[in-house]
Design a protein. Structure first.
Length: 91
């Protein structure tokens, strides 16, 4: 992706990196090169618990999985954000 020299050409800070994102986007990731790090996201269980029907829960899980696949997420961690009620806590 190359930008034409226009009004934004002065945003490189004089370091030879031009464009809107500067040095952050100077090297784009390639699908042909292996990645040596793991991209993980953590999601609370309350995201799914707030859906009203099983169909909406299924749709939401599918949308989360689709977004994770688009952004090449390697790992999805589901954590319980609401403490569970154990049988010992009867008061």
């Amino acid at each position: 992706f190359e930008r034409s020299q226009g009004a934004d050409s002065g945003r490189g800070g004089g370091n030879g990196v031009s464009g809107r994102f500067g040095a952050v986007m100077s090297k784009l990731p390639s699908l042909n090169m292996p990645r040596h790090d793991t991209v993980s996201i953590a999601l609370p269980t309350s995201i799914i618990a707030n859906a009203q029907t099983k169909e909406l829960k299924t749709y939401l899980c599918g949308q989360l999985a689709r977004a994770a696949a688009i952004h090449a997420v390697d790992e999805i961690v589901i954590y319980e954000d609401v403490p569970s009620q154990s049988s010992e806590d009867t008061s």
